[in-house]
Write a protein that binds this ligand. Structure first.
Ligand code: NAD
Length: 473
């Protein structure tokens, strides 16, 4: 743990394992309520000086952190693969994405502008200033354990906030490396504090109840996000929530089904399907199901599964046993209700797979609304194809979910593209595009996928309060 610039080994510790091999990777401090309060003490004490530093000073620190992260991309990516499982190449892409937030918000720090507004009274002027909200509590997930950190730390530090962050219990090691790097870049003691914990609840309870924490930023499941938001709301804290998703992927009849299937195969199995923007329902017109599925199955069968450190691996292990059980239960449920399993459909546990948590990349066709996978986030390597017919309103079908994070559309018709963009109730729409994300773009969901945006011009606003001054002349 890092509290007030000091690294603490902690009285209790817990171990972190490699999901590909089951081997222990290291031990970290097991923090709880007392450590969280100590971290808030440090963040509250460090806040006035950090908030008073110039935007240019804070930007310089973030720029140095960007440079260090890019220099260390190889070693960070290696640790990321060992701790989280994603293949090494994908880990390097995530690390670059993480670094991009540092660079982007280093620039944005210098663009926190105020306003001078006209008043209805001739003898009055209005001044508007944006200032940091104060101490921020941050809770991050395991699936993108380096980029989700910088997506919060970047804007918080740029705005002049101080932070207490709790990483996911499965991936604290990469968080420790990021905090060391930020210290090295010149972030002063107490400005960033890291509390690692096996049980997240006591840490969360302090973060949502301590009055000195002015904002909570959370990325994780909708269920936990709702609990934390309710508690934070009771204490009138600002919140931003990046939660679960259930992305539709619509192939319109005018699109090339083979091209769309290539896109689906590429995006669905990224991070073993453990992404909040991973397509969960592939809507394909019944007349095009055959060519779409043929291409998808061909590509899925070529995906090499294994330890992400090895050359050529495209699909690594799932994060843990519970994830394997959840994915398998969704596949069994779909098959029992009539879906056809055209690839995979089972856990891989022979030979080298025995010690890890691997699931075969899976294609299910004939998905219907009564199946669990049609409603619940899979968070695993399963492509679920839902056929639709001429009379079906596929946009309405896509919107029929409590989630609203990402949606994908394949069409060659401009009208269909624009109408879909406007009518889909999701925060992020990929149009013939399977990667509609970047540090420069606002990321976030509507409905039960969350509140607020990360990245883009919007990202820093989440860490700023607006203050009005009225001046009588
Ligand atoms: P999770 O909600 O179980 O855990 C997320 C974080 O919350 C972890 O740090 C965990 O320790 C902590 N946590 C869990 N229970 C808590 C509690 N009671 N009090 C305080 N903290 C608590 O989710 P997960 O399984 O780690 O992550 C997967 C989920 O995250 C998926 O639903 C996914 O869609 C979502 N996600 C969303 C985005 C996004 O930007 N919208 C990005 C990545 C992941």
């Amino acid at each position: 743990m890092l509290i007030n610039g000091q690294w603490l080994a902690g009285e209790r510790r817990f171990s972190v394992a490699n999901p590909a091999t089951g081997e222990p990777l290291g031990e970290v401090a097991d923090g709880a309520a007392a450590e969280t309060t100590a971290a808030i003490d440090a963040a509250a004490a460090a806040f006035p000086a950090w908030a008073a530093s110039s935007a240019f000073e804070r930007a310089a620190v973030l720029e140095r952190a960007y440079t260090l992260m890019v220099e260390r991309k190889g070693e960070l990516a290696r640790l990321l693969t060992q701790e989280q499982g994603k293949p090494l190449r994908a880990a390097a892409v995530e690390t670059q994405y993480a670094a991009d937030f540092l660079s982007w918000f280093a620039e944005q720090a210098k663009r926190v502008y105020g306003d001078i507004l006209p008043s209805p009274r001739a003898d009055q002027r209005f001044l508007v200033r944006r200032q940091p909200v104060g101490v921020v509590g941050a809770i991050t997930p395991w699936n993108y354990p380096i980029s989700m950190l910088t997506r919060k730390l970047g804007p918080a530090l740029a705005a002049g906030c101080t932070v207490v962050l709790k990483p996911a219990e499965a991936t604290p090691l990469i968080a420790i490396e990021v905090f060391k790097l930020l210290q090295e870049a010149g972030v002063p003691d107490g400005v960033i504090n890291l509390v690692t914990a096996r049980d997240p609840r006591p840490v969360g309870e302090v973060l949502v109840s301590d009055p000195r924490v002015r904002k909570l930023t959370f990325t994780g499941s909708t269920a936990v996000g709702k609990q934390l938001a309710a508690a934070a709301g009771a204490n009138m804290k600002r919140i931003s929530l990046e939660l679960g998703g259930h992305a539709p992927f619509i192939v319109f009849p005018d699109a090339d089904p083979v091209h769309a299937a290539k896109g689906a195969a590429a995006v669905k199995f990224l991070n073993m399907g453990q992404a909040c923007i991973s397509p969960n329902r592939l809507y394909v017109h019944r007349a095009q199901v055959e060519p779409f599925v043929a291409e998808l199955v061909k590509r899925v069968e070529r995906l090499a599964v294994g330890n992400g450190l090895e050359q050529g691996i495209a699909v690594g292990p799932l994060i843990n046993e519970a994830a394997v059980a959840k994915v398998d239960a969704q596949v069994r449920d779909a098959v029992n209700k009539g879906a056809q399993c055209l690839a995979g459909g089972r856990r891989l546990d022979e030979g080298d797979f025995a010690a890890g948590t691997f699931y075969a990349p899976t294609v299910l066709a004939g998905i219907t609304r009564d199946m669990t996978i049609y409603r619940e986030e899979t968070f695993g390597p399963v492509a679920a194809v839902v056929p639709y017919d001429d009379g079906d309103d596929v946009i309405a079908m896509a919107n029929d979910t409590t989630y609203g994070l990402a949606a994908y559309v394949y069409t060659n018709d401009l009208k269909t593209a624009l109408r879909s963009f406007e009518a889909l109730d999701f925060g992020i729409i990929g149009i013939n595009d399977i990667n509609p994300t970047a540090a420069a773009a606002p990321f976030g969901g509507i409905k039960e996928s969350g509140i607020g945006r990360e990245g883009g011009r919007e990202g820093i606003e989440e860490y700023l309060d607006v203050k009005l001054g009225g001046i009588a002349l």
